[in-house]
Write a protein that binds this ligand. Structure first.
Ligand SMILES: Cc1ncc(COP(=O)(O)O)c(C=O)c1O
Length: 476
């Protein structure tokens, strides 16, 4: 049983934390070394002696919150992680109390049903589900999916499903050594990692042809495919990005699908970040062709405002999901694996799983799907405005017009890649903004992920002033 006054105090402090962050009355991040933080929070002492009670909770909570990353602050423009919606926080809290992990239906019946309905809703957005999303009859023409603890696990599941499709006996006999995957070099590292985990080895990745902005060039895929064939490899899968982590630019899914259909290849789309364009009438065109793909990774904890983590791996054909894993575990699995039931354990890497769908459900239930689309519209449109502002400055360069809410630019008042990195360090040290960097074609840029709806043109103007100030002060 939760101690009521303890949880009330924490909720109260969190509310103040959120309000202060949103008002910009805090630092975004007050970086300290790990040993300083461990001392400030008195971690060893609490662990050894216990004794955390309502009267002293502030001794721990104050430094813990003060030195956290303040994602609600408008100056948080860093990584692609959602500023969590209140609904997701409530879902996290409920899960924290009732703890219904759900490898098997009976361990979390309500959470399992929510996951299925939310997955059906996501499938519907891809054109992979028709009918009522709460109709559970296993109609063959509908797709299937499972929620995972993150896009990285979703990508791993996609690689394993594609492998099962191309080499059905790989599960028993091991991964054939001649299979290859075509993917752009800018693909999120989790895909390359999945390739090695699945036993292909990195040599199985054939780098997809890309343009100067690292966007896949479908018209040149044939060359890559034939070269792999000449070298004794059999390409079975192409992975496209929607969008790429570094730039936020989308690969042309429809054209890639054309190529994959012509060669009978599995098309995986990594839409961990940009899949949410499917919710927006204005931006949906960026996902054109998604219904022709075989699998899609789509994170809710990026652009659907849930706390980390809540991701989905979705399959056009439900048989693809059913064939991914083959496990016997008499203590937990009772059925065969040819028909998808309400136990998610057989289809996910994880056994014990959080009530992931509940987070997304709560956000949807509070906002409605139209508002979710409007959120994507706003973030994408704001990012284009920020681009216009930055690109109009004499001392800044943007390498491309953003398609999503990720924007790269560099300050021209300093020279070279190391100088952009050093600039970011200075900006972080001052604590007013949190931004990241990325390399495109060997050139280092400062990078913004415009996740926070409170980040405005005024925020970006202040950021540019901050950058100039940082550049004018010597290092150290
Ligand atoms: C395109 C893409 N794919 C996959 C991932 C990994 O997702 P996660 O961090 O949820 O594991 C990311 C994370 O930023 C990403 O941008």
């Amino acid at each position: 049983m939760i101690n009521e006054s303890m949880s009330k105090i924490v909720l109260d402090k969190l509310d103040t934390y959120r309000q202060d962050s949103e008002a910009g009355d805090t630092h975004v991040l007050r970086q300290q070394s790990p040993d300083v933080l461990a001392t400030k929070m008195k971690l060893a002492q609490w662990i050894r002696d216990g004794g955390l009670v309502p009267d002293n909770i502030q001794n721990f909570l104050a430094p813990y919150l003060e030195h956290s990353q303040h994602m609600h602050h408008p100056g948080f423009i860093g990584h692609q992680v959602a500023v969590p919606h209140e609904g997701a926080a409530i879902a996290d809290m409920i899960h924290g109390v009732i703890n219904n992990p759900m490898a098997v239906y009976e361990m979390g019946p309500t959470a399992s049903v929510i996951e299925r309905v939310v997955v059906n809703w996501m499938l519907e957005k891809c054109g992979w589900f028709t009918g009522a999303i709460d109709d559970f009859s296993q109609r063959e023409h509908n797709g299937a999916g499972v929620l995972t603890h993150g896009g990285s696990l979703a990508n791993l599941t996609a690689v394993l499903a594609a492998r099962a499709h191309a080499a059905p006996d790989a599960w028993q006999n091991g991964t054939p050594d001649n299979l290859a995957i075509i993917a752009p070099a800018a693909t999120h590292y989790s895909l390359a990692r999945a390739v090695s985990i699945a036993g292909f080895g990195q040599n199985a990745i054939r780098t997809a042809p890309v343009n100067a902005l690292e966007v896949l060039q479908p018209e040149k895929l044939e060359q890559t495919f034939l070269r792999a064939q000449d070298e004794g490899q059999k390409v079975f899968m192409v992975s496209a990005n929607a969008c790429t982590t570094a730039t936020g630019l989308y690969d042309p899914i429809d054209e890639v699908a054309e190529f994959c259909e012509a060669h009978d290849l599995w098309l995986h789309v990594d839409g961990a970040h940009g899949g949410s364009a499917l919710l927006s009438h204005k931006e949906r065109h960026l996902m054109k062709g998604i219904s022709r793909a075989d699998s899609l990774t789509w994170d809710a904890h990026k652009m659907m405002r849930t706390s980390a983590l809540c991701a989905a791996i979705l399959f056009k054909d439900q048989k693809s999901m059913a064939g991914t894993f083959h496990q016997n575990a008499s203590y937990i699995f009772y059925g065969g694996d040819e028909e998808i039931g309400f136990d998610v354990g057989p289809y996910a890497v994880e056994c014990t799983k959080s009530a992931l769908g509940a987070k997304l459900f709560w956000v949807l239930a509070m906002e409605g799907e139209k508002a979710m689309g409007a959120f994507v519209d706003k973030q994408y449109a704001d990012t284009r405005k920020f681009y216009e502002l930055i690109n109009a400055q004499d001392d800044f360069t943007c390498p491309y017009k953003p398609e999503a809410n990720i924007l790269c630019f560099k300050y021209d008042g300093v020279e070279g890649n190391a100088a952009q990195l050093a600039l970011r360090e200075k900006i972080l040290a001052r604590g007013n903004f949190y931004i990241t960097t990325a390399e495109i074609n060997g050139i280092r840029y400062l990078r913004l992920s415009v996740m926070n709806p409170l980040t405005t043109l005024a925020t970006i103007e202040a950021l540019l002033t901050e950058i100039r100030l940082c550049a004018s002060t010597s290092a150290g």
